[in-house]
Design a protein around this ligand. Structure first.
Ligand code: DCP
Ligand code: MG
Length: 442
């Protein structure tokens, strides 16, 4: 049977792909711990609307300590509070070990942390598909290999993934779980397999045996309804699904049935396509020590404005909004923007608008970081033939030696367009020249 070719026994033209799926652990809670290190090791619940009198909110996430008490994402806050009382509400006789720290969602802050993480991801891979605030796929086939490292039975790909994980931990201070596999769906299952702080590597020849015991619900594309239907057919695991008769699956679920069958067998030939065109271009720069001198601040804004305008021009992007970001210590993020009557490509205007916005409100303010952004982009070359950024980005290097330093100066990358962009619509180029790395501020 022709279809019996094993995953990994490349019957195609190239080597097996190496895909990383990176998903941050209890992400919002991890962000809260960044600014409140005393929450480390404590049950932390992040949610909306749990303040007294509101009572209708839901849990966004819970730290793994809070999950032990049965608190989980999307749960009503009232249920969470029953399972894990708020530490501030305890009476003198209550047990503080059975209470949690509740924090309100602060998306702006989480986005800024996510941007720092994504900057590292773009630095580590030529192709990054950002799926959500805390999740991305990386195709690193050209950066590493499935070969064993000289030292023993680990693959070079594992070492590379460990390096990515360590950079995120060291440079941003949050934990990621990473799955490494020859395709996207297996990498996603692998990243979830050993959370938190997981690193699970599924080598090309191991995909099917890795998937076999996994519940069908974990197979990409199987929702609760499909899982129930599969269950009624006696198909509970990916192994059962792989062994099932493809024609029966097709009769039950149409072409999707065949696709699920293939995924369960370890086939998933979707290429990792980069997230779509940027919604904005931005660049930001941090001071080593916070500054209040207006000339220092203006000088930085001028340089950032010139850089952003330059990059917009090189990408063929016109913009209708020009904005600045001002971060006041420790993490107070202010953004201001001016909208124009139509799209322009005008570097001088970027500089003058950015300086006006700075002068108007922040002349005296002590700042930690400044940024300039152009947004409401439109692209002149609808055929997208010149993806110059992607090509020139090849020159960068990211070793697996863990020795790379990131400066405080950061450069913009694609806005997070979600996961439903048409594939191959190009994208903002991660430039890895000099001391820059990538960040967005939206
Ligand atoms: N989120 C939310 N509401 C949900 C699910 C998630 O607001 N119903 C937010 C909070 C999460 C973030 O999205 O921190 C990322 O979602 P994940 O599903 O990746 O969950 P976590 O990162 O919190 O936990 P895990 O360690 O399981 O990945
Ligand atoms: Mg997560």
């Amino acid at each position: 049977m022709a279809e019996e070719t094993l995953p990994g026994t490349a019957d195609d033209d190239g080597p097996d792909s190496i895909v990383l799926h990176v998903d941050m652990d209890c992400f919002y809670a991890a962000c809260e711990r960044l600014r409140e290190p005393e929450l480390e090791g404590e049950p932390v619940v992040v949610g909306m609307g749990y303040e007294p009198g509101e009572g209708h909110g839901a849990v966004a996430t819970a730290s793994y300590e809070a999950r032990e008490f049965g608190v989980e994402s999307a749960q009503p806050i009232s249920t969470a509070l029953e399972r894990l009382p708020r530490i501030d509400d305890l009476g003198p006789d209550d047990d503080p070990a059975a209470a949690g720290h509740y924090r309100t969602v602060d998306l702006e802050f989480y986005k800024s942390v996510a941007a720092d993480v994504k900057a590292i991801l773009h630095d580590c891979a030529d192709v990054v598909r950002e799926v959500s605030i805390d999740e991305a796929y990386l195709d690193v086939t050209d950066r590493t290999a499935w070969d064993l490292a000289a030292s023993g039975d680990r693959t070079l790909a594992e070492g590379f993934a460990r390096y990515v994980k360590q950079r995120i931990a060291r440079e941003v201070g949050v934990a990621a779980s990473i799955g490494v596999a020859p395709n996207m769906s297996t990498a996603k299952i692998a990243s979830d397999f050993d959370k938190p702080d997981g690193l699970v590597v599924v080598r090309p020849g191991e995909v099917r045996s890795f998937l076999a015991p996994i519940s069908v619900e974990e197979v990409h594309g199987v929702g609760p309804v499909t899982a129930r239907k599969l269950g009624s057919l006696g198909i509970d695991t990916a192994g059962d699904l792989a062994e099932a008769d493809a024609s029966v699956l097709e009769a039950e679920f149409g072409s999707r049935g065949r696709e699920l069958h293939e995924r369960a067998r370890g086939y998933d030939d979707r290429a990792v396509t980069p997230t779509g065109r940027p919604k904005s271009l931005s660049r930001e720069s941090a001071f080593t020590d916070p500054r209040d001198d207006i000339e220092d601040k203006r000088e930085v804004v001028r340089a950032l404005a010139a850089d952003v305008a330059d990059r917009a021009r090189s990408r063929g992007a016109m913009y209708r909004t020009i904005g600045i970001k001002v971060v006041v210590p420790p993490f107070d993020i202010n953004t201001r923007a001016t909208s124009l009557s139509g799209p322009v490509d005008d570097p001088e205007l970027v500089e003058s608008v950015a300086l006006d916005l700075l002068d108007a409100e922040f002349a005296e303010t002590t700042v930690r970081k400044l940024g300039v952004r152009v947004s409401k982009l439109s692209f002149a070359d609808a055929d997208q033939s010149s993806l110059d950024g992607w090509e020139s980005a090849e020159a960068g290097e990211t070793g697996g030696d863990g020795d790379e330093r990131v400066s405080d100066e950061r450069e913009a990358t694609a806005g997070d367009d979600g996961d439903d962009e048409p594939p191959n619509t190009g994208g903002e180029a991660p430039s890895r020249g000099g001391q820059s790395s990538l960040v967005e501020f939206d």
